[in-house]
Design a protein around this ligand. Sequence first.
Ligand SMILES: [Ca+2]
Length: 85
Amino acid sequence: MTTKPTGDDLHAVFARSDLGGDDRLDLMEFGMVLDSLGLSWTRAEVQDRFERADTNRDGFISLAELRSLLETQGWSEAGVRSARG
Ligand SMILES: [Ca+2]
């Protein structure tokens, strides 16, 4: 992949969905991020990805964890821009 990530777009989506403002996402907020990114996963898939993304097992998804997850899903920063349009 040749995409040069700036971090701005993903961080914007992350911050918008982070209702608690604590720089981490619970399961519901995680679902909102997926909606924002145009990823239509089933509830079961969201739960599965959430557990997989939570690599430090604190029950929340950090921006770094979110980014890692999305990269394993073949997602790229550029996708956010086009999905937003
Ligand atoms: Ca975590």
